[in-house]
Design a protein around this ligand. Structure first.
Ligand code: IMP
Length: 394
């Protein structure tokens, strides 16, 4: 199993190797694989940005034939959050007052902003969010905090960035006065990395029990050769009467066994069945824009080893979170819930149920606005392998 860490920073890679070396023998920086692609950090939270980076690199590797079955792409996003400044500079830490402004200036400005703040009002912390995106599309996050107070004046020369102004009352020192070893043992990044190590151990254990991604286990490496899919499901949603992309995908994909449309086809179901061909079993559920038809609201069907709950999602509050959807799927004995409606790709295990949204094939709404769909390959043992695929923006 290989971890590709999305950073150029050599010190970060050293720390990552020290902590995650226990769960992965091969840990490389993306630059070591010759990847110079830099996903744009347009998120509103550390978690958004960490995920954008990791998922972006995964898509890049997939598109360039570099992604191995047992790869994990990982990235972090961190920054300083100052309570008195309503959490700023936060995700803007590197860009605060401009990328080219020195940290002497940035630190002096923060101390000035807090000139009337006393005691606990000076509370601040570094946050680090780490995101791991598996080759099969699963996404995991961990987060670590490093808490202190904004110092009255900068002190110390170790570390970097805002270290000289984060004062740690219990040590009587700023973060820049700690040795690198001391800082690593208590820092936000160290905590998030250790949490990620523990989380990965659990995920691997669970996967092993379920027989997923055996290649991730060194002892099974010999068995990790490519398995030709036994059956294939094309999962799409929210085509809204605009089917050019779907037609295109169907003509390029070749043989599929099932097509799942998760709602809002808006009357073109018959046409879609025709494009797919007679041999393809198509499932259509009713979306919130599908009027004048008798499509089912939900469908439960078995594929391979899995029982899937298929629904558009608007009855289960998917615009807010997936807990209701996961509960409903569980009630119906399903371990997978497929939904649409949000027009945003999604693949996460929520309360034990793998929740999947292929995004919209015609009207994408996620940040990069690329139409998307999902292909699920089923092997002879009935195991699923997920491929989230994106089309170019038109
Ligand atoms: P990155 O996401 O790790 O690149 O961190 C973004 C920005 O947050 C950095 O450019 C620093 O300004 C700030 N930052 C993150 N971690 C630390 C730290 O440990 N010490 C000081 N500044 C940090």
């Amino acid at each position: 199993m290989r971890i590709i860490f999305a950073t150029h920073n050599k010190n970060k890679i050293i720390e990552v190797r020290q902590i995650l070396g226990e769960v992965a023998s091969d840990i490389v920086a993306k630059s070591e694989l010759g990847i110079d692609f830099e996903p744009v950090e347009t998120g509103k939270t550390f978690a958004d940005n960490a995920e954008l980076k990791a998922a972006g690199i995964r898509s890049y590797m997939l598109a360039h034939g570099m992604l191995k079955d047992d790869d994990i792409i990982m990235s972090d996003d961190s920054g300083l959050c100052v309570n008195y400044m309503f959490g700023l500079p936060g995700i803007y830490s590197a860009r605060y007052l401009g990328e080219d402004t020195s940290y002497e200036e940035k630190n002096a400005r923060i101390i000035h902003e807090l000139r009337f703040a006393q005691g606990e009002e000076r509370a601040a912390h570094f946050t680090c969010n780490i995101c791991a995106v598996f080759a099969d599309g699963r996404v995991f996050h961990t987060e670590g905090l490093f808490e202190g107070l904004i110092a009255e004046e900068p002190k110390g020369t170790n570390g970097f960035g805002y270290d000289p102004i984060l004062y740690l009352p219990e040590y009587g020192k700023t973060s820049a006065e700690l040795t690198p070893e001391e800082k690593n043992s208590m820092s936000h990044r160290g905590k998030a990395l250790r949490a990620m190590r523990d989380l990965l151990k659990k995920v691997f254990e669970e996967d092993k029990k379920k027989g997923i991604n055996q290649a991730a286990f060194p002892e099974n490496k010999e068995d990790s050769g490519l398995v030709r899919p036994f059956q294939t499901i094309l999962v799409v949603s929210d085509s809204h009467h605009k089917d050019e992309n779907l037609k295109d995908v169907l003509s390029r994909l070749g043989m599929i066994d099932f097509l799942v449309h998760l709602g809002d086809a808006e009357g073109t179901e018959g046409m879609i069945q025709q494009y797919a061909g007679d041999g393809v079993k198509c499932y259509f559920v009713q979306g919130n824009n599908d009027f004048f038809n008798d499509l089912p609201r939900d469908i439960v069907a078995e594929f391979g080893n899995h029982k899937c709950f298929m629904t558009h999602g608007h009855y289960y509050g998917v615009n807010f979170d997936m807990t209701q959807l996961a509960e409903e799927a569980k009630l119906r004995g399903c371990d997978i819930a497929m939904f649409g409606h949000t027009h945003k790709p999604f693949l996460k295990v929520v309360n034990g149920v793998t929740c999947i949204n292929p995004g919209s094939i015609s009207f994408p709404r996620q940040i990069d606005r690329r139409p998307s769909y999902m292909v699920i390959d089923i092997n002879e043992e009935g195991e699923f392998k997920y491929h989230q695929v994106y089309l170019d923006r038109k």
